[in-house]
Design a protein around this ligand. Structure first.
Ligand code: PMP
Length: 362
């Protein structure tokens, strides 16, 4: 890679794969637990990759005209940030439709990048005209040169992960030697990811199983309230319940989510509380400033690794490589109650008592 990059789009991806040794020890796991840390991408999330690939594909197909095209996209924010970043650089206007539950931090970043933001009701079913998807489609119909790149159905979404995220994970694992201290199978043995559009899990599964290790076990995590998990019976209990974690889980099956039962081996459901507790664990044990869906991914990973026969067996193999995808960062959510309530309202620590004693007037 050249040292001077031409623009922020060239700083998308190439994110680190980081050992999560302290978390592994905490849960008594012997395997290599590895986090693919996507907040280190230039726009701050895994969705930068698909924003770039969808824009570049549309340009190749002659669908975007600089100075005229208006890129319109329904998103939970991260795809929007990636698109707004690409469009700021390339000279297209952007409108993002964003459900109300998504953070103010995302809206502020979008506006800073020059995008218009239209908020939509969180509780609107995805196929309703007032949902983020419905509003985007209406704007596309009515705005001249409006174009929805449509991350939910665009093949360049999973393809971005087949071409970049997956090869980066495979390269990191295969180029790390096995040593007596750090035994490694040399393969990605398990891949664990939450799903929104499903582009990440689909693209990663395809490239890992087809080009690297066909026996890799792919585990996908779905929040309670969403209907994406298989079998359908997993979704029955809390169907339709609203959940606070952003960017994952839907009331429909996006077109890019693989329907091939061999691509995703197991589904695990998690709830908000598990996810937000897991965010704290990732920050406190590993010093990684991850967002809410990373907590979903870790809590689902732990349910699978400690609560299923297959997972338990893998978790005790010293050379097994278990990769968990961490899609975005905490700075997207700093002002959210779920974060402030846990980090700002903690019991005073022992050190806080020491500070108070030092600073007290006498
Ligand atoms: N986490 C966050 C924070 C996201 O924004 C997204 C994308 N909506 C995902 C996870 C899921 O990624 P994908 O759409 O590729 O399934």
């Amino acid at each position: 890679m050249p040292r001077i990059l031409n623009d922020a789009l060239e700083a998308i991806g190439n994110t680190p794969l980081i050992r999560l040794d302290r978390i592994a020890r905490h849960y008594d796991l012997k395997c290599n637990l590895l986090g693919k840390v996507e907040y280190m991408s230039s726009g701050g999330s895994i969705k930068d990759r698909i924003a770039r690939s969808m824009v570049e594909a549309a340009e190749r197909e002659g669908k975007l005209i600089p100075g005229k095209s208006v890129v319109i996209e329904p998103t939970s924010g991260n795809t929007g940030v990636g698109l707004a970043m690409a469009c700021a650089i390339k000279g297209y206007s952007v409108i993002i439709t964003l459900p109300n539950k998504m953070s103010l931090e995302k809206e502020a970043a979008l506006r800073a990048l020059g995008a218009e933001v239209v908020r939509t009701p969180t509780e609107a079913p995805s196929n309703a005209p007032e949902s983020h998807i419905g509003v985007a489609l209406r704007l596309q119909r009515e705005i001249p040169y409006g174009i929805v790149l449509d991350q939910y159905n665009n093949p360049n979404n999973p393809l971005a992960h087949e071409l970049t995220t997956g090869p980066e994970i495979i390269e990191a694992v295969t180029s790390t030697p096995s040593t007596s201290e750090r035994p490694s199978s040399g393969k990605v043995d398990v891949l664990i990811s939450a799903a929104g559009t499903g582009g990440t899990v689909t693209g990663l599964s395809r490239v890992i199983k087809r080009t690297h290790n066909k026996s890799c076990i792919v585990v996908c995590i779905d929040p309670e309230g969403s209907v994406m998990a298989v079998p359908e019976s997993l979704n029955v209990k809390n169907k339709g319940k609203l959940f606070a974690v952003e960017g994952i889980g839907y009331d429909f099956l996006p077109g890019v989510l693989s329907r091939d039962p061999t691509d995703i081996d197991a589904w695990i459901k998690t709830d908000d509380e598990d996810a937000f507790d897991a965010v704290q664990v990732i920050m406190q044990k590993e010093g990684l400033l991850v967002g809410g869906s990373s907590g979903t991914a870790l809590s689902g990973a732990m349910k699978w690794l400690t609560g299923t026969t297959e997972g338990k067996a893998i978790s005790q193999k010293q050379d097994a490589n278990v990769v968990i995808v961490f899609p975005d960062g905490l700075r997207n959510y700093i002002g959210k109650d779920w974060f402030l309530n846990t980090s700002m309202k903690k019991e005073p620590t022992a050190l806080a008592g020491v500070i108070a004693r030092v600073l007290q007037d006498d």
